[in-house]
Design a protein around this ligand. Structure first.
Ligand code: ADP
Ligand code: MG
Length: 256
């Protein structure tokens, strides 16, 4: 089953063609990496898919229905969630409260005064935290967490809306290599379990080649390759985009 179909998507910022006639699709349950050098147009693609930016041209179909230009809230309601590049949790609230807030926002429930806020959606929040390995930190303020743990909480927050497609723009930015592997392994295990599709960007080629089902490569606003790790790794256009000529992923030992 195809979940997302992007066709001829375009966005200009003044004279910059940030996204230029981009087409790709994501199948249900697929773990798809969108990679490319800085400025390639990856984040702009994400922002158009999740509704933060209206495209200048092209279409985005999600389960057969057009979503381009809809507001982010409506797109989220239809089953597309995203995590943010910058840690977006409220530091003064506890880990569990952050997830509870996301659950409240998703279900659009009106707070009832006779229920204690602290208990609202708590069992479901604890279950999500268990899934990301953060249940033991439920009652700690988010501000006390290590960076990698904040990322796990962000994942729980994104899963609170019960998405069919999860967009993750540089989820491992700022992490040590071991932490990157752990987070992406966790995401992959969760999406296999839930049958969720994931579109993610990631700078570590080791991580991309190890975990992605398929890889779409962008450079200067365009797609230059789309395939599995083996075909993308050996693609001359891809190597040219990353290294100029003369170097390869193998000899460079990954890029960041
Ligand atoms: P990536 O995420 O692949 O690094 P971006 O999508 O952030 O790339 O950026 C693509 C191009 O669009 C870059 O040249 C960037 O400078 C430009 N760009 C992105 N966002 C804006 C904006 N809000 N205003 C002007 N230019 C932008
Ligand atoms: Mg980006």
């Amino acid at each position: 089953m195809t979940s997302l179909v992007v066709t001829s998507l375009s966005k200009n910022f003044g004279a910059v063609r940030a996204v230029d006639n981009v087409s790709f699709s994501i199948a249900g349950g697929e773990f798809l990496a969108l990679i490319g050098p800085n400025g390639a147009g990856k984040s702009t693609c994400f922002n158009m898919i999740n509704g933060q930016l209206a495209p200048d041209g092209g279409t985005v179909l999600f389960d057969g229905r057009g979503i381009a230009g809809l507001p982010p809230r409506e797109i989220c309601r239809r089953g597309i969630a995203r995590t943010f590049q910058v840690a977006a949790t409220f530091g003064s609230m506890t880990v569990a409260e952050n997830v509870q807030m996301a659950l409240i926002a998703h279900t659009r429930e009106i707070y009832r005064w006779w229920r204690r806020a602290a208990s609202y959606h708590r069992p479901r929040a604890l279950d999500l935290l268990r899934q990301v390995g953060m249940q033991d930190a439920a009652d700690r303020p988010c501000s006390e967490l290590a960076y990698g743990d904040v990322k796990r909480v962000e994942l729980a927050i994104a899963l609170a809306s019960d998405p069919q497609l999860l967009l993750m723009d540089e989820p491992t930015a700022g992490m040590a290599p071991g932490e990157r592997n752990d987070l992406i392994r966790l995401v992959k295990a969760l999406v296999i379990e839930r049958g969720v599709s994931v579109l993610f960007t990631e700078h570590s080629m080791d991580v991309v080649f190890a975990f992605a089902d398929r890889i779409v490569v962008m450079a200067r606003g365009r797609i230059i390759a789309d395939g599995d790790a083996k075909s993308v790794r050996g693609d001359p256009l891809v190597q040219q985009a990353y290294f100029g000529s003369g170097r390869t992923f193998e000899r460079a030992g990954g890029v960041s």
